[in-house]
Write a protein that binds this ligand. Structure first.
Ligand SMILES: [Zn+2]
Length: 296
């Protein structure tokens, strides 16, 4: 048995989704890797594609299922954040609904096909078309969280966040939350953004995916798809929670800080101006006010 790679297209809720199924030469766990849950997150798609192409099935123990672009209709339409047919964020729809709208049916199909039965899940993201971010990985509190935490640290993005149910929870219906709910060790890994394919961000995903493969015991370090010398990740800095700030009025956003900048309480983050630039409508400052945080 030498293992095999099968590249095919699957009908998921009526959309044709490209899939790479890699079966190793020996038995072992199953890792599912998804990207393109959001249609314009190109850095993570690029990392996942490059990593999958570098894997040699003869040197793997177990199975790797790779979905480079899950939200294929959003990708084709260059539509950020949503499935264009119903305007829903696919990463708020898991585990999905077989009788729902397209995003809900696609979530259900992907959950059933790729997440159920897996031992591990990496959902690789970056900022979408108009979104800059500092790289981080996230996992869910719960019964399987020890294994998920190990994968989040292995990915090596510097910051790690543990998501807990409750008032501080940023979002529900994500791939990794739905996976964690059925005991799958799952992480969401974010690096890159703004519709760009930046080499350093792509490389973060390739290295992270390789380390996850090794952490799960599917591949040795010299056969995990990461370039030689990728080494061990540095110590992760743990983040407590998200603070989502919302502006009250629409307009033209002009940031006063850049992604990754450390900010102090009360610091100016940016201003909302009228489209014609006649007036400043709002100033947004850092706050730890829970009322602001609950507006999601
Ligand atoms: Zn995303």
């Amino acid at each position: 048995m030498t293992g095999q790679v099968v590249r095919h297209t699957m009908d998921l809720a009526g959309t044709d989704v490209p899939v790479i199924d890699i079966t190793g030469a020996a038995d072992g766990p199953q890792l599912t890797v998804i990207s393109g849950v959001h249609g314009c997150e190109y850095a993570s798609m690029a990392g996942v594609r490059r990593w999958a192409a570098a894997l040699d099935p003869a040197r793997l123990r177990g199975r790797v299922r790779v979905v480079p672009v899950l939200n294929i209709t959003g990708f084709r339409a260059r539509a950020p954040f949503v499935v264009p047919q119903d305007g829903k964020n696919l990463n708020r729809c898991f585990p999905g609904n077989p009788d729902g709208t397209l995003a809900e049916r696609l979530a259900h199909a992907a959950f059933t096909e790729f997440i159920q039965g897996a031992d591990g899940l990496v959902d690789a993201h970056c900022g979408d078309m108009v979104e800059a971010l500092e790289p981080f990985a996230m996992y869910e509190a719960g019964s399987g969280e020890g294994r998920a935490r190990a994968l989040a640290e292995a990915y090596g993005l510097g910051y790690v966040m543990r998501q807990e149910p409750g008032p501080d929870r940023a979002v529900g219906g994500t791939t990794s939350a739905a996976a964690a709910a059925i005991g799958v060790a799952a992480i969401t890994a974010e690096a890159g953004g703004c519709g760009l394919v930046e080499e350093d961000m792509v490389a973060l995903h390739v290295r992270g995916l390789g380390r996850v493969l090794t952490a799960m015991g599917i591949a040795d370090a010299d056969a995990n798809g990461a370039p030689a010398g990728a080494g061990e990740p540095g110590a992760a800095e743990y983040l407590g929670r998200f603070l989502w700030l919302r502006c009250a009025q629409e307009g033209w956003w002009e940031p006063a800080v850049v992604a990754g900048e450390k900010v102090a309480e009360g610091q100016l983050l940016g201003r909302v101006h009228s489209i014609d630039d006649a007036e400043t409508l709002e100033e947004l400052r850092t706050t730890t006010d829970r009322l602001m945080n609950s507006l999601t």
